[in-house]
Ligand binder design. Structure first.
Ligand SMILES: Cc1cc2nc3c(=O)[nH]c(=O)nc-3n(C[C@H](O)[C@H](O)[C@H](O)COP(=O)(O)OP(=O)(O)OC[C@H]3O[C@@H](n4cnc5c(N)ncnc54)[C@H](O)[C@@H]3O)c2cc1C
Length: 401
């Protein structure tokens, strides 16, 4: 009788997911090396000062701002997974705010310009943004309208004599808002529509240079986490832009921005998973070294089970992100799955970071260990790009409810 081979689990091997090729793994290594060597040493300083603009220039030079963008606009012509790799590996910069500022450029503002823009707009904005010479921001949220995007009040009124649009209004919580050269701005252009009749028509995206007269960077907002990013309150007072500033179709801006939000949510989900994995890994090391009652704390069953729970949640979220990314890459518009991935990943990332503080004990509460920073940074993901409650609404409604 033949004896079967003895199979032993190999927990130490790093396994590549099937959506990634060897090229993706090489890219992963080079981004990680860059993040550790050139960004991480400054992470503490940038918590105080916000990260400097040279990061955009340097990343543009290395091709990291255009990994999945077409070659004719200065991109690397890669697939969607390349930008996923970027979001994952930037956690090694130890700076959530930096990751967010970069993602605004790569996954929130360049994509709608490439998707809906004219050739002139692509040349004026997308090409220098991919090169890191121009910084962009995205203006959806207003002091009186966040989740309720259709409730925005920023008006862009067409001046029939000049053909220009005259913009008045205010935008808040705008990432990169202080440093940006341009903003993808969501405005209401059809002001004759009855404000009491819910409609998704009448909105228009405008590409506005931030040095236009009447653009006021009112306030640098202080926040719980993501300190390395700059967050602005902006005002628009009789800002005039030519008709050529319209991005996409007049009156269809709501649908355009909903398309943009899918990419924003998926990359946010990837960032949540990567952030959770990062804080998990650091805490695992700690649990192997820190001793209590004569043994490493990780050897207590209570702590070991925390790791088991966290690892299972992270892996579940990761599978959701990767499967959804596969759908996205293959031309589907998987709104329900993106929404689920965003909701679940953001939630578990905060749970994981919270447990990691617990496992660190008092040290988890101390700044020098950086674990409390991970919790503060990751906490945003349950609010930004659409809150948990809005994600639940989107998922629930997708079933016809
Ligand atoms: C650090 C940071 C960076 C950001 N960067 C940007 C940016 O670059 N550009 C940009 O445009 N925006 C940005 N945002 C804004 C972010 O997307 C909004 O904060 C988010 O969409 C929530 O909107 P809100 O803050 O107005 O909350 P609100 O809409 O006022 O919601 C308040 C609460 O009510 C709940 N709620 C609202 N509607 C419903 C409903 N229908 N059913 C159930 N519950 C509901 C919400 O879930 C939430 O819990 C940023 C925010 C932060 C904090």
């Amino acid at each position: 009788m033949a004896t079967a081979d003895v199979l032993k689990p190999d927990f130490a091997t790093r396994r590549k997911h099937f959506i990634f090729t060897d090229d993706h793994e090489q890219l992963r290594d080079s981004i990680r090396r860059f993040a550790i060597k050139e960004l991480q040493p400054h992470a503490e300083e940038w918590e105080e000062t916000t990260f400097p603009d040279w990061v955009f220039e340097r990343m543009g030079e290395l091709g990291f701002l255009g990994l999945d963008k077409p070659v004719e606009y200065g991109g690397q012509g890669g697939d969607y997974y390349t930008t996923l790799v970027l979001a994952e590996e930037l956690v090694h910069a130890h700076s959530g705010g930096l990751g967010m500022g970069i993602a605004v450029q790569t996954d929130m503002t360049i994509p709608p310009i490439l998707k809906f823009g004219t050739e002139e707009q692509k040349q004026e904005w997308a090409v220098p943004a991919i090169a890191g010479r121009k910084i962009l921001c995205l203006g959806i949220t207003e002091p009186d309208a966040g989740s309720d995007v259709a409730g925005i009040k920023t008006r862009a009124v067409r001046d029939e004599s000049s053909g220009e649009y005259v913009i008045n209004g205010s935008k808040t919580f705008i990432t990169n808002g202080h440093r940006a050269h341009g903003i993808v701005l969501v405005t209401k252009t059809d002001i004759d529509l009855d404000p009491h009749t819910p409609t998704h028509d009448g909105f228009t995206l405008l590409l506005v240079p931030m040095d236009s007269p009447g653009v006021i960077r009112e306030k640098r907002l202080q926040k719980l986490g993501m300190h390395a990013s700059d967050t602005a309150l902006l005002a628009f007072q009789d800002v005039r832009v030519p008709e050529s500033a319209v991005l996409g179709q007049v009156g269809k801006g709501f649908y355009h921005i909903m398309w943009e939000l899918q990419g924003e949510r998926l990359i946010g989900a990837a960032g949540s998973v990567a952030g959770a994995q990062h804080v998990f890994d650091r805490t695992l090391e700690y649990a192997k070294e820190r001793t209590a009652f004569g043994r490493p704390i990780g050897r207590f069953q209570a702590i070991r089970h925390k790791f088991a729970e966290m690892a299972t949640k992270i892996e579940t979220a990761r599978q959701m992100v990767y499967t959804t990314a596969w759908r996205f890459q293959n031309g589907e518009y998987p709104v329900r799955e993106i929404t689920m991935a965003k909701l679940y990943s953001a939630r578990i990332a905060v749970e994981v970071a919270d447990e990691c503080i617990q496992i660190h004990g008092g040290n988890g509460y101390m700044k020098e260990y950086g674990i409390e920073r991970s919790w503060r940074d990751l906490r945003l993901n349950r609010i930004g790009a659409g809150s948990d409650e809005i994600m639940l609404e989107v998922i629930g409604r997708s079933y016809g409810l």
